[in-house]
Structures are given as structure tokens and as C-alpha cells.
Design a protein around this ligand. Structure first.
Ligand code: NAD
Ligand code: MG
Length: 395
């Protein structure tokens, strides 16, 4: 691997950011900006179609390759980078190339199952992949874990809850773990009654009380589908069965995850609700780096509340648990239907409560067919999206 050396003789880490213009992508860039000169060399940056933001990042960070996934945005990227000498590309093949360029560390921060192929390409390098893109793991868990095992890649959890649990698990075998606990802020709709929930608008749903995130995950947080996806993500990452994965609503979002051990000890990771902390943990792993995030002021916080989730008002969490226990392609269907539903909700074509309802209907229709390989995963993902579109059209 072609490592370069910084001014102080330290080795530079060659890094790629897939989804560089998003919320997680920008937090990753902020950490690189704040790091000592020469600590990181940027190999590739990608985005979907936000050419202006991507070009601005590329001109500053000077990656070897800059890619927009949407082929039609290629000419705009070419114009924006004209005269810079920077190599650029557009479309699925270019995205694959960006994910495949030799890098020590890749941030997988594309949103949705669209991130699956590039994340697999990054895993094929056999290096470190920091995984934010939970939908890819929910959609194709076995395929992704097999790809990581085959290449010897290390998958590090970026999602704050999973990163917390990963930290708490250090030095312990799974045989000493009774259960893990994912915390959930409860989102912007936590205290709403049924009538208010029925009338939630996209603007309300994306207005998260604690975390600042992209639109899709913000809506998922409001429905609690995000926590459902995270239960599936945790089962895959940590190899634990459903009954050993618990969810607790914790509105302060100070405790991100906990591990209950067999001797009665519970270890938790705490921190400000700021993604730069789990990203920094992954960037420096297995060491630690400096991250200038607000420190948690426990005295100011004064109390930490925990509640059992209400799966009657927020059925998405129950649906995700059911999909995981049904096994086979059920999580693939759940994720695809949810992506269609969230898109329709953000576009004003579906009500807030209609999101979980649509996912439930598609799961009812398609069941849990087996999925043996990546082709079958993509085929089932497409079938589930068509079913969801059909339910939407009939509504
Ligand atoms: P975002 O919407 O802010 O950014 C998504 C990024 O992916 C953008 O760069 C966008 O251009 C790119 N993208 C979107 N669609 C694409 C496509 N079809 N092909 C290629 N690129 C595409 O999202 P985000 O909030 O940064 O979340 C990214 C991922 O990280 C999601 O899977 C999310 O669940 C996960 N995550 C986010 C947070 C957070 O705090 N934002 C926390 C934990 C996990
Ligand atoms: Mg999370």
C-alpha cells in the first residue's frame, strides 16, 4: 500500500469518502480538515448529484478521483473542475472505480441500498470500511459479511449506537455478553398523540430534536424505523440473536449504547450527540485521535432518562424485529419498501402513518423468500420496490 509520510514523519492514511457531500460525509471531512497536515491523503470523493458541493470539496482536498453517481451530472462536474487538473467521472462504473482505488480506509456514507455495490467494492480491497450506510447491511447482510470475510476487510461501525457497543465490547468475547442495548432519542414525534402523528409533515419529521442528519434517516428516526434498521444492523455486526438486542428510548442521547455482561456489569459509551466522535473513533482505530466536539457536561445534563419504546404508536420498530426473525429476504423487503415510503412521504404523496403501513403491506405480500446471493438480493429489492409503488398507486 502506497503510504505517504507527513511533515513529522508519520504515515498518512489514504482515505476515500463515498457520500462525501452528506451529513456523515461532511462530518468526516471536518475531522480531516482539523487533523495535522499530512495525516490523511484523500483518494476519492463521491456524491449523487450535488455537483457544487462535491466540486468545492474536491478543489480543496484534491482527491485522485471525484465522481457523481448520476450520469447526467457528469458534464456539470466536468465544468466545475475545469482547469483544476483533477480527474473526475460520472455514473455507476465511475462510482465503482472510486470505491475500488487503493485506500487504507473508506467511509461508506451513501444513503440507502444504492450504497451496496460501492460498499462491496470497498470491502473487496480487504482494508478498513467504516460503515454508516446501514441500509446496505440490512438489505444484504450475509452477502456483505461474506465479502468482508473473503477479502479480510475490517468493518467498523459508524452508527453511534453500534460504535458505542463496539467500544464497550473491546476485550470481551460474545460468551460473556448477555445482551446489548441500543438507545433511541425517540425523534421529534416521541410525545405526540395519535391525532398529531396522523398529521406529521415532512418539515416536522426532519426537524430532529438532538441529531442533525440527512432527510431520510431523520424521517426514519421519527417513525423509529431507524431503530428497527439498527436492530438488524446490530444482529449482523455483532452476531447476536434478536432476543439479546434491546432498545431503550433515551431522550438526552448521551448514552449511545450499552453492553450487559454475564457477571451483571453494564458498560456504556457516552458522548455528545455529534457524529464526529464515532467517525473519529473509526478514523483513528485502533488508536484514538483528537476530535474537537463539545464535551458532554454531565452536571448540566443532571439526569438520564430511559423508557421502553412504544411499538403501538411506532410500529416500524416491531416490523423490523419481525422481519429479522422471519429471516431470508424479509429485511431486504422491509428496507426497500421503507425507502419507497420515505421518498413518497418527503414528496407529499404519503402520510406519516402511511410509512409503516406501506412497509407492513409489502412484507405481508412478499413474506420471507430465501436470498442466496447478490443477484437475488437485487432482484428481491426491485420486486419489493415495485410492490410498494403498486400499493402507493392504489391508495
Ligand atoms: P445524506 O442524505 O446527508 O447524504 C447522503 C450522501 O450519499 C450524499 O453525499 C449523497 O450525494 C449520496 N447519495 C445519495 N443517493 C445516492 C445514490 N443513489 N448513489 C450514490 N450516492 C448517493 O445522508 P446521511 O445522513 O449522511 O446518511 C448517510 C448514511 O449514514 C445513511 O445510511 C444513514 O442511515 C447513515 N447514518 C447517518 C447518520 C447521521 O448522523 N447523518 C448517523 C448514523 C448513520
Ligand atoms: Mg444510530
Amino acid at each position: 500500500m502506497g503510504c505517504r509520510f507527513g511533515n513529522d514523519g508519520s504515515v498518512s492514511k489514504r482515505i476515500t469518502i463515498l457520500g462525501a457531500t452528506g451529513s456523515v460525509g461532511r462530518s468526516t471531512v471536518a475531522l480531516i480538515d482539523a487533523a495535522p497536515a499530512g495525516a490523511f491523503v484523500v483518494v476519492a470523493l463521491t456524491a449523487n448529484r450535488d455537483v457544487a458541493a462535491l466540486a468545492a470539496l474536491a478543489l480543496r482536498l484534491r482527491p485522485e478521483l471525484t465522481v457523481v453517481a448520476e450520469a447526467e451530472s457528469g458534464p456539470a462536474l466536468r465544468d466545475a473542475l475545469a482547469g483544476s487538473g483533477l480527474r473526475h467521472g460520472a455514473g455507476a462504473e465511475a462510482l465503482h472505480e472510486a470505491a475500488s482505488l487503493a485506500a487504507d480506509w473508506t467511509m461508506a456514507a451513501i444513503v440507502g441500498a444504492a450504497g451496496l455495490r460501492p460498499t462491496l467494492a470497498a470491502l473487496a480491497q480487504g482494508r478498513i470500511v467504516a460503515l454508516a450506510n446501514k441500509e446496505a447491511l440490512v438489505c444484504a447482510g450475509d452477502v456483505m459479511l461474506a465479502a468482508a470475510a473473503a477479502s479480510g476487510a475490517t468493518l467498523l461501525p459508524v452508527d453511534s449506537e453500534h460504535n458505542a457497543i463496539f467500544q464497550a465490547l473491546q476485550g470481551h468475547g460474545l460468551d460473556s455478553v448477555e445482551k446489548i442495548v441500543l438507545t433511541a432519542s425517540g425523534g421529534p414525534c416521541r410525545l405526540m398523540d395519535d391525532a398529531a402523528l396522523a398529521a406529521v409533515t415532512p418539515a416536522q419529521a426532519v426537524n430532529h430534536p438532538v441529531w442533525s442528519m440527512g432527510a431520510k434517516i431523520s424521517v426514519d428516526s421519527a417513525t423509529m424505523m431507524n431503530k428497527g434498521l439498527e436492530v438488524i444492523e446490530a444482529a449482523r455486526l455483532f452476531g447476536l440473536p434478536l432476543h439479546r438486542i434491546e432498545v431503550l428510548v433515551h431522550p438526552q442521547s448521551a448514552v449511545h449504547g450499552l453492553v450487559q455482561f454475564t457477571d451483571g456489569s453494564m458498560l456504556a459509551q457516552l458522548g455528545s450527540p455529534d457524529m464526529r466522535t464515532p467517525i473519529a473513533h473509526c478514523l483513528a482505530w485502533p488508536r484514538r485521535m483528537v476530535a474537537d466536539v463539545p464535551r458532554l457536561d454531565l452536571a448540566a445534563l443532571a439526569r438520564l432518562d430511559f423508557f421502553a419504546p412504544d411499538t403501538k404508536r411506532f410500529p416500524a420498530l416491531r416490523l423490523a424485529r419481525e422481519a429479522l426473525s422471519a429471516g431470508g429476504g424479509a429485511p431486504t423487503i422491509l428496507n426497500a419498501a421503507n425507502e419507497v415510503a420515505v421518498d413518497a412521504f418527503l414528496g407529499g404523496r404519503l402520510s406519516f402513518l402511511g410509512i409503516a403501513d406501506l412497509v407492513a403491506r409489502v412484507l405481508d405480500r412478499l413474506g420471507a423468500p430465501p436470498v442466496a446471493d447478490l443477484d437475488e438480493v437485487f432482484a428481491l429489492d426491485a420486486v419489493a420496490r415495485r410492490q410498494a409503488d403498486g400499493v402507493l398507486a392504489a391508495a
